[in-house]
Design a protein around this ligand. Structure first.
Ligand code: SF4
Length: 64
């Protein structure tokens, strides 16, 4: 079963690390916060997405 993730905008400090690490899954929203741009994370980029989640300095990326 594919994973899904979401960003808590209250915790995101807009550092951009997740977008650098996993650009297929994360991008900026209109408020300059990171946001997950896919509902289900494709298997071929799941490793990058997990690395982005683990690397977020504020633990803003949650399993959805
Ligand atoms: S790594 Fe975390 S704090 Fe940085 S932009 Fe992504 S969600 Fe926001």
């Amino acid at each position: 079963m594919a994973k899904a993730m979401k960003v808590d905008p209250e915790l995101c400090i807009s550092c951009g690390a997740c977008i650098d690490t996993s650009p297929a899954v994360f991008d900026w929203d209109d408020n300059e916060k990171a946001v997950a741009i896919v509902d289900q994370i494709p298997e071929n980029v799941e490793g990058d997405a997990i690395a982005a989640q683990e690397g977020c300095p504020t633990d803003a990326i949650k399993d959805a």
